[in-house]
Design a binder for this molecule. Structure first.
Ligand code: AMP
Ligand code: ZN
Length: 437
């Protein structure tokens, strides 16, 4: 395997130097934070009146956590640390779990962010010979402009195609010889299914890589996309509170996502006690941004569940790796008392090869019990008018789900392309229970 580094010095910085850098940056962030109405109060109450209170990285513990709720309370300017005239851009979270939150950038913040995204892209082997189609929402969502700028920084030809409009996406790929795309994993699966439906041959496009992120997906889904499209898929993790894309990304080893520790301090805590979990165990990811002056956010509880890989990566980067996000502390479903993440269902159904590319989990109350229905599309080899194999497949899906995650769902099979798809993050769960209470 060959590895290329966009910023060789920073990506391979020895750990003691990386930690010294983090301490310097953390102090700087505390200085900026103390200029915001929110942190002035919060940090002063915690006895942190200046950056001098932070003497080592251990002092991070003295800083209180920040939650999504705090960010909403601070809307619109409670987290702004610089004069309004110095701000050149704002972005807002897509509001997967409620009203949006706003993040501001000054000129240097944008350039640092772009550097991190470029680092992710270049690290997968891309360079200026590539044609990059950014098939994700532009606008307030950070994925569009974030990847756009990173792609340009690497020198690729960037096609700002945005999300949706699948037929036009193939056309662009064919016309301009697209070699790399960025999309949500669900949109990639949709594109592949549509290609088959419209008879677009794999040979007519030059695609070889995809960056897939913005929503959780399983290793099986990655493999499925890779096999169907004959491409390499790299997991891309980010969140608008921490700039957006460019927080953590896979290197060519595709075994965990390097979190850029010169831009972020990552902690993994038990979401109930907020104490660090032993290294390697799963918990809630807590992030402190080190690279954004205009909106410093300290010890942000992401609600994303992950774990550190304790061993160093053979690619030579010294930045630790995170396990792919397995879910969020707040998308956990409780089905008749059993805790369940949608990703667990996905993992099971995507490992069944006759299952198609799209699915939906519907939860309803039936009497006092919760009833879960898994609706999946069928793959192209299954004919909808032949009942016997359909029933056999249904039964197999049900039994596999029951054996591996102890739920006993109703299974519905739908024709390929018939379940709703969304242009942004896929909505995989429809929970109708609250209406019944
Ligand atoms: P947003 O702030 O709208 O960009 O949403 C960020 C959230 O999307 C994160 O906190 C995660 O829950 C989710 N997300 C983003 N990238 C990934 C990924 N690669 N895997 C799993 N979840 C992701
Ligand atoms: Zn690596």
């Amino acid at each position: 395997m060959t590895y290329q580094y966009w910023n060789p010095k920073m990506e391979t910085l020895p750990r003691p130097d990386l930690e010294a850098w983090q301490l310097r940056q953390l102090k700087n962030m505390v200085t900026y934070a103390l200029r915001t109405p929110f942190y002035k109060k919060r940090l002063t109450e915690a006895g942190i009146k200046s950056e001098d209170a932070i003497k080592s990285l251990k002092d991070l513990n003295r800083i209180p956590f920040t939650t999504k709720h705090d960010l909403r309370d601070g809307f619109p300017y409670g987290f702004l640390s610089i004069p309004r005239e110095e701000v050149i851009r704002l972005h807002a979270s897509s509001g997967t779990t409620g009203t949006p939150t706003t993040i501001y950038f000054n000129k240097e913040d944008i350039s640092r962010w772009t550097g991190f995204v470029a680092r992710c892209i270049y690290g997968t082997g891309c360079d200026k010979t590539d044609v990059f189609q950014n098939m994700i929402t532009y606008g307030l969502f950070t994925g569009g402009l974030g990847f756009h700028a990173g792609g340009e920084e690497v020198g690729m030809l960037v096609i700002p195609s945005g999300a949706g409009n699948t037929t036009r996406q193939f056309r662009l790929m064919q016309d301009f010889g697209t070699t790399v795309v960025h999309a949500t994993p669900s949109f990639l699966l949709h594109v592949e299914a549509k290609m088959r439906e419209e008879g677009v041959s794999r040979e007519s496009i030059k695609l070889r890589k995809a960056f897939a992120g913005a929503e959780p997906y399983s290793e099986d889904t990655r493999r499925r996309i890779e096999e169907l499209l004959h491409i390499d898929v790299y997991n891309s993790y980010g969140l608008s509170e921490m700039n957006g894309p460019g927080v953590a990304f896979e290197c060519p080893n595709k075994n965990g996502l390097h979190i850029w520790e010169d831009g972020y301090i990552a902690e993994i805590v038990n979401p109930d006690t907020l104490e660090p979990v032993p290294e390697g165990e799963t918990g809630e990811l807590v992030l402190t941004i080190l690279c954004r002056e205009a909106t410093p956010i300290l010890r942000y509880r992401t609600r994303d569940l992950s774990a550190f890989y304790p061993e160093p990566c053979s690619c030579g980067r010294t930045h630790r790796r995170l396990h792919r996000i397995t879910g969020r502390t707040d998308d956990m479903l409780i089905i008749n008392g059993v805790n369940l993440f949608p990703s667990q269902i996905e993992e099971v159904i995507m490992s069944i090869k006759e299952v198609g590319n799209n699915y939906l989990i519907v939860i309803e109350k039936e009497g006092v019990l919760d009833r879960i229905t898994v609706k999946t599309e069928v793959g192209p080899t299954i004919f909808m008018d032949d009942a016997r194999p359909l029933n056999a497949l249904k039964e197999r899906i049900r039994k596999t789900l029951q054996a591996s995650i102890t739920i006993n769902p109703r299974v519905e099979l739908h024709e390929s392309g018939s379940l709703p798809i969304s242009e942004g993050k896929a909505k995989r769960v429809q929970d109708n229970r609250s209406q019944d209470i």
